[in-house]
Design a protein around this ligand. Structure first.
Ligand SMILES: [Fe+2]
Ligand SMILES: [Zn+2]
Length: 475
C-alpha cells in the first residue's frame, strides 16, 4: 500500500523503497551520486520548480548534474551572492553534506542535509497545532542531498528541492535560532534548567519567600516562585489559608500532584501505629523522601496547618549539593565512593486504606550527570535496605564516606533549623535539599503538616509556559 508520504512526494514507492534500502547508512560520495542520479529530478528539471506555494521565491540551481557533491551554489545573476533580504549567501558544501547559510549581519551556520530534510517545516512534514514532526523515520534517507534551492526576496524563507523529490521549506529566523553553535546550546541548556545557586546556613537571614495570594493572582509572582525553587531548591509560600485545599489550589496554578502509595496528599501528624516514622513525634535524620522509587518525586510541599507550641518541631534543611562539592574538595576518594556505590532503599507495608506496597529502588548516594555535576542526592537512614548490593569489601569504606558526608551536612555552616509558622508552605527540591525534624512533645499541642509532591518536569514546563506568555521565551 502506497504511504501518504510517498503519494504526497509523487515518487514511485517501489523505487523509493529500493533507494532507501540501498543507501541507508551508506553515506559515501559514490552512493550519494547514485541516489541523486536515480531520482527523476535531474539538473534540467531544477529550474522548473513551481514556486506558486511561496510567492516571492526564486530558484537557484546547484551546478552540473553530478555537481551536488562539493559544489557551491551561487546565483549566476548575482555576483555578490546576495540571495535574499536576510541571507547574504547560501552555499552547498557537498563534501561535508551540509548547507551553509550566511546572514547579512555576518552570522553564519552550517546545517547538515539530513537534519534539514528531517526538520522540514512545510505542512506535509510538520504539524503546527501539535508542534510535531510528521516525517516518518522509515522514510528518512541519511544520503539525501539538495537538488536546488530558492529563497524569498521578502521574508528570506528558503525552499530546498530534495533528491527524494520533496520541496522543503525553512524560515530564516527559524534556521538561525537553530544554529549549531555553542551559544545556541547554552541558550537551550538554560531553558531546560537554569543554573543553581548553592547555599549554606547564611541563607537563613534571607530565605526565599512568596505570597500565596500573589502567586495565585500574578503570573510574574508564580514565575518568580519557580525560578527561586530552581536556583535555590527552596521557597516558603506565606499567607496560605489553613485549609487542606490550599495545596491543591497552589498545585492547580502549575499542573498536577505526583501521587505515591502514601496518597495524593499525606498528613504528617503523630499516629498511634505509624507505617512511616514521619508519623511520629520523634526526631528525624536528614533525608530525602520516597528514595525507594526509581523516579523519586522532584519536589516536596509541606503545608503547616498547626505547629508544636514548645521548642521542638523545627525543620532542618541543608543544600546537599553544596556539601557534596565540599566533600569533593576535601576527600575525593570518599566523594567517588558515594557517587559510584549503589544503595538499595525499600518500603513495604500497608496504608490506612488497605493498599499494600513494596517499593524498592537503587541509587548512589550522590548521583552525577555526564558532566560531573551533582544531579541528585538520595539519603534516607530510615529506609535504606539491609540488603547491600555490593561486594563485602566495599561496605566499610562506604559507611566511612557516608558518615563523613553526613557530619558535613550537619555542620553549622551548612544546615539551617527553621520552624514553620502556621499558614506557611515549605516547597523544596527533594533531589537536593535534605530535610529532617526536631522531635517535639505531643503534650505541647498538635503539629499537623499536609504534604504532597510535584515533579520537576511539570514545574519546569509551567515556567516555560509563563516565560512564553510574558514574552521572555520566544521559541
Ligand atoms: Fe520527609
Ligand atoms: Zn516538507
Amino acid at each position: 500500500m502506497m504511504s501518504a508520504y510517498l503519494m504526497r512526494s509523487g515518487l514511485n514507492p517501489s523505487r523509493q523503497f529500493s533507494a532507501a534500502a540501498s543507501t541507508f547508512f551508506k553515506c559515501s560520495k559514490a552512493t550519494l551520486q547514485k541516489s541523486a542520479a536515480s531520482t527523476s529530478f535531474s539538473k534540467n528539471s531544477q529550474a522548473s520548480v513551481s514556486l506558486s506555494r511561496f510567492p516571492g521565491l526564486r530558484t537557484i540551481t546547484t551546478g552540473n548534474n553530478t555537481g551536488i557533491v562539493g559544489q557551491r551554489a551561487e546565483p549566476a545573476s548575482n555576483p555578490e551572492g546576495i540571495v535574499s533580504a536576510c541571507f547574504q549567501r547560501i552555499s552547498l558544501l557537498g563534501d561535508e553534506w551540509m548547507l551553509e547559510a550566511r546572514w547579512k549581519d555576518g552570522f553564519r551556520s552550517k546545517y547538515p542535509y539530513i537534519w534539514l530534510r528531517d526538520n522540514c517545516q512545510c505542512p506535509s512534514c510538520f504539524c503546527p497545532s501539535s508542534a510535531s514532526r510528521r516525517v516518518l523515520l522509515r522514510d528518512l534517507d541519511p544520503s539525501i542531498v539538495p537538488v536546488s534551492f530558492t529563497t524569498s526576496e521578502d521574508s528570506g524563507d528558503l525552499e530546498i528541492l530534495w533528491s527524494d523529490g520533496h520541496r522543503g521549506l525553512y524560515m530564516s529566523d527559524w534556521l538561525r535560532e537553530r544554529s549549531f553553535s555553542e551559544d545556541t546550546r547554552e541558550r537551550r541548556r538554560l531553558i531546560r534548567s537554569p543554573p543553581r545557586t548553592l547555599w549554606g546556613s547564611d541563607i537563613l537571614s534571607d530565605l526565599p519567600v512568596a505570597n500565596f495570594h500573589d502567586v495565585l493572582r500574578e503570573d510574574e509572582a508564580l514565575l518568580e516562585l519557580i525560578q527561586k525553587l530552581e536556583a535555590l531548591g527552596l521557597v516558603i509560600v506565606q499567607d496560605t489559608p489553613l485549609q487542606q485545599e490550599a495545596i491543591f489550589t497552589l498545585t492547580n496554578r502549575l499542573g498536577y500532584i505526583k501521587q505515591t502509595h502514601y496518597g495524593v496528599t499525606f498528613v504528617v501528624k503523630s499516629r498511634v501505629s505509624p507505617n512511616n516514622l514521619a508519623y511520629t513525634a520523634d526526631s528525624l535524620d536528614m533525608h530525602s523522601d520516597i528514595p525507594y522509587f526509581e523516579y523519586k518525586p522532584g519536589i516536596q510541599l509541606l503545608h503547616c496547618i498547626s505547629q508544636a507550641k514548645g521548642t521542638g518541631g523545627s525543620n532542618n534543611l541543608v543544600d546537599s549539593f553544596n556539601v557534596a562539592r565540599q566533600l569533593q574538595e576535601l576527600d575525593l576518594e570518599k566523594f567517588q565512593i558515594l557517587t559510584t556505590v549503589p544503595v538499595d532503599f525499600i518500603d513495604h507495608g500497608v496504608e490506612e486504606d488497605g493498599l499494600n506496597f513494596y517499593a524498592l529502588a537503587k541509587h548512589p548516594l550522590i548521583r552525577l550527570d555526564k558532566n560531573g555535576e551533582v544531579q541528585a542526592v538520595t539519603l534516607n537512614q530510615m529506609v535504606r535496605d539491609s540488603f547491600f548490593p555490593v561486594s563485602v569489601e566495599k561496605v566499610r569504606p562506604w559507611y566511612e564516606a557516608m558518615v563523613t558526608y553526613y557530619r558535613m551536612l550537619l555542620h553549622p555552616n551548612n544546615v539551617i533549623s527553621y520552624k514553620m509558622k502556621e499558614g506557611y508552605i515549605l516547597v523544596f527540591d527533594n533531589q537536593r535539599v535534605l530535610h529532617g525534624r526536631e522531635g517535639y512533645l505531643v503534650t505541647e499541642g498538635t503539629r499537623e503538616l499536609h504534604g504532597c509532591y510535584w515533579d520537576w518536569d511539570m514545574v519546569r514546563s509551567c515556567r516555560r509556559v509563563l516565560q512564553r506568555k510574558l514574552g521572555i521565551l520566544k521559541t
